[in-house]
Design a protein around this ligand. Structure first.
Ligand code: IYR
Length: 221
């Protein structure tokens, strides 16, 4: 094993640390899931930086078990929309339990997914069940869902920082994304991150603004 010194963090006082933590929290807390986009383009370079940021996430054995297919072609976006809406139609009409539908009611979602065609970018996030750091297609990967979840969080945070609206979309089931994006069978699509500019009349359901308090989500032991 060869090692290098840990990179020195920037020097700052504890007061500065608190202020920066508060500022970072405020920035991230201002992100809202957006379900209505406009077709205004977003430069590919923004998406490249966001994916590169996601690629720095910690992962099991540093195997980086992710692949991000950045989709902007109208044909591919249309194919994704049509396939997703077909699955979603079945989901809302028959597959989802009554309890699940009741939980979704305050969000107002349905099978109609126009944003999949309107937004300039769909980033399809794949989890690699195997492949290792060399992507040899053989070596085991570890903590795959956790690792890709972390990478997706960093992807969302970077897109937000770049002033874009985002939506995590999880059509169910989503095997069709593998075919459309030309990905191998050991990769499992986890989510689509939709990125673009919000429609001027985009709204946010009140339900989405109900965040649990720090007292509820944290304990100090
Ligand atoms: N995939 C469906 C349903 C859906 C499920 C959950 I859990 C959500 O938080 C939102 C939607 C859809 O995208 O409509």
């Amino acid at each position: 094993m060869t090692e290098r010194p840990y990179p020195a963090p920037p020097a700052m006082s504890d007061d500065e640390r608190i202020a920066r933590a508060r500022a970072a929290c405020e920035r991230l807390a201002s992100r809202r899931t957006c379900r209505a986009f406009v077709d205004r383009p977003v430069p590919r370079e923004v998406i490249e930086h966001a994916i590169a940021a996601a690629g720095t996430a910690p992962s099991g054995a540093n195997h980086q078990p992710w692949h991000f297919a950045a989709v902007s072609s109208p044909e591919a976006k249309r194919a994704i929309r049509l396939a997703a809406e077909e699955e979603e139609r079945a989901f809302y009409a028959e597959r989802a339990s009554e309890e699940w539908l009741a939980a979704l009611a305050p969000l107002g979602t349905d099978h109609d997914k126009p944003f999949l065609e309107i937004a300039p970018w769909l980033i399809v996030c794949f989890a690699q069940r195997k492949g290792g750091i060399e992507e040899d297609g053989e070596a085991s990967n570890y903590y795959v869902t956790e690792s890709v979840g972390l990478a997706c969080g960093m992807l969302l945070a970077t897109l937000h920082e770049a002033g874009l609206a985002t939506l995590t979309h999880t059509p169910s089931p989503m095997g069709f994304l593998r075919e459309i994006c030309g990905r191998p069978s050991h990769e499992k699509p986890l989510m689509i991150v939709v990125a673009g500019h919000p429609a001027p009349d985009a709204t946010v359901p009140e339900h989405a603004l109900r965040k649990k308090s720090l007292e509820t989500i944290a304990s100090w032991i």
